[in-house]
Design a protein around this ligand. Sequence first.
Ligand code: UDP
Length: 316
Amino acid sequence: MGLSSHRKTVLVAGAAGFLGSHLVDRLLKEGFEVVGLDNLMTGDLTNLEGAMRNPHFHFQTGDVREPVNVYAELIFNMACPASPVHYQSDPYATWSTSVLGALRLTEMARGRGCTLIHSSTSEVYGDPTVHPQREDYWGNVNPVGERSCYDEGKRAAETLLHDAKRCWGVDTRIVRIFNTYGPRMAFNDGRVVSNFIVKGLRREPLSIYGEGKQSRSFCYVDDLVEGFMGVARLDKLEGPMNLGNPKEFTIAELAKLVQELTNSPGEYEYHPMPADDPKQRRPDISRARELLGFEPKVELREGLTRTIADFRRRLE
Ligand code: UDP
């Protein structure tokens, strides 16, 4: 389904979350009628303050694990706790939201004959033994660890979406999101970017897990949303697609940059490495480049500067 022509109605499940709310804003800006659904487990309605003032936005409190009955011609599934602290705090809710949410939205897409764009994750690669990660890498995932509720939940959802396409011809599209950051991240979601910024602005030592040698690749939220819009514009998408920024940084490098940009004293506090924490992560985005012309534009320094300004404003 393309994104042009008449004012289409789009459902965003997980609309009040960090990514969901940015996607809602972008869809409204492009002239869509947007229905937002969220159970507010980790989402926050303040993320939708701007959207709520738009007559083309319609919010419903609801749980994606229940049958969803709203009119939509295109569905984005952004509904699932996604930070390790949040998704590990209620593993049952995480796994069931991922799997049952995918099931309900797939049923809806099948019934309505519409496209379902689903947020999967780089966590499907687990602690990868192949670097950078291409979509054809099957991953290295512990099925019974602390991260499994999320990793295996997302893997099961991918299986379901893929089978729905293969067996019933439902237009399901899987996007594997790599670490994304930006304004509106929750202060308390425990992610490295939000933790470092909050601590830096409070002039507290930055919390480094392990020695900070593990790496991640950080994508600014606007770049990621651009990728999602590109996926929606395609006539079809076969197989999963990575979206993220391919520039890789160690956690120690990130700490140094946040410390510089927040003018914090530059003290670090070392904590044990969490269980099953991936040592290295970087997306191979060749597919997204080829099919969407996707290219992240916002450098880490610039993205962090914008994010820090938003955190400073909200903390005040
Ligand atoms: N991390 C850290 N300090 C923090 C939070 C996280 O050193 O205060 C590390 C964490 O161990 C991981 C990386 O930063 O190696 C990214 O963690 P995050 O929770 O942001 O996301 P993940 O990529 O692990 O899902």
